[in-house]
Design a protein around this ligand. Structure first.
Ligand SMILES: Cc1cc2nc3c(=O)[nH]c(=O)nc-3n(C[C@H](O)[C@H](O)[C@H](O)COP(=O)(O)OP(=O)(O)OC[C@H]3O[C@@H](n4cnc5c(N)ncnc54)[C@H](O)[C@@H]3O)c2cc1C
Length: 260
């Protein structure tokens, strides 16, 4: 079976700060990683191909440096990487992103399954997977914690807040996966060597025969107005001393603050 894994390169969120002056993310000097949920999607794809045969294609839309994410995925075991990259794609919201990725999937053509992460660590919308399925007219299953394929059918176990749900869908389909589905493998030395030499396919808007009015800023009906960190709460106050006296003092403070 041929599986496409749609991956996003994101800034390592443990390192990201927000500039209090401009309200934008400080990206300078911040290392980039494969979106962690997408590593689970890659692992799920590799396991399915190990079981059923076929190949894993990793696909990303991003700036030229997103090529590195594709190489990391190839080092894990993916067979080939495609970078969708053009100035026309800059400023894409989730609608434009999923439209552009859908054009790339149509160009790939032969596939049985598309896997995505549940959501991206930076954008956090969880809209691109479902949007991609819609553009392609595919059945979609979100929040998969388990995945089995038999012939032209897939069975997925979905992780909901208080229960699991078993769903069946016909292939081709799109599935988004949660962290708990597996433990992504580390790249071995052979994988790293293969990734270094791998040829990354690069497609522009023209290659995709994409309608540029549906790409990038032109095709994005939404705009991020501001990104900001929540204001810090004032520091708590510790009341020391005997419990009975501390309780009276606490009562007085709460009354003064009109909490009681
Ligand atoms: C309202 C709004 C306006 C925005 N405006 C801008 C803007 O002006 N400029 C700008 O740079 N960004 C902008 N963004 C961010 C941009 O839309 C997102 O980075 C992008 O669309 C992906 O959305 P997400 O990060 O929420 O991914 P999610 O939907 O959370 O990602 C889910 C899954 O989709 C797949 N996926 C997501 N993105 C990609 C990708 N690029 N390639 C391959 N697979 C992918 C991955 O499998 C991922 O796990 C905006 C976002 C929003 C919500």
């Amino acid at each position: 079976m041929n599986i496409i894994v749609s991956i996003k390169q994101v800034p390592d969120t443990t390192e990201v700060r927000i500039d209090p002056e401009t309200g934008t993310l400080v990206r300078e000097g911040v290392p980039s990683i494969i979106n962690p949920f997408d590593e689970n999607a890659i692992e799920a794809a590799l396991q399915l191909v190990e079981k059923h045969g076929g190949k894993v294609t990793v696909l990303t839309m991003g700036p030229p440096q997103a090529e590195q994410a594709l190489r990391e995925a190839i080092a894990m075991g993916a067979d080939e990487g495609i970078l969708v990259c053009d100035r026309a794609f800059a400023g894409s919201d989730t609608l434009a992103t999923s439209y552009t990725l859908a054009r790339a999937v149509r160009k790939i053509g032969d596939f049985d399954l598309i896997l995505c992460g549940k959501q991206a660590f930076d954008g956090d919308t969880a809209q691109v997977g479902p949007g991609l399925a819609e553009h392609l007219g595919l059945p979609q299953v979100t929040y998969a914690i388990g995945l089995e394929v038999e012939g032209k059918k897939l069975q997925a176990k979905r992780l909901l807040e208080d229960r699991y749900e078993m769903v069946e869908a016909r292939l081709p389909a799109l599935v988004t996966v949660v962290k708990q589905i597996n433990e992504p493998r580390h790249a071995g030395l052979r994988g790293v060597m293969k990734a270094r030499k791998a040829e990354i396919v690069k497609w522009t808007a023209a290659d995709l025969e994409a309608d540029v009015t549906r790409c990038g800023l032109n095709g994005s009906p939404t705009n991020v107005l501001r990104v900001f960190a929540p204001s810090r709460h004032t520091k708590g106050e510790r009341i020391e001393g005997e419990a009975s006296e501390a309780a009276v003092e606490l009562y007085e403070k709460l009354r003064t603050a009109q909490v009681l």
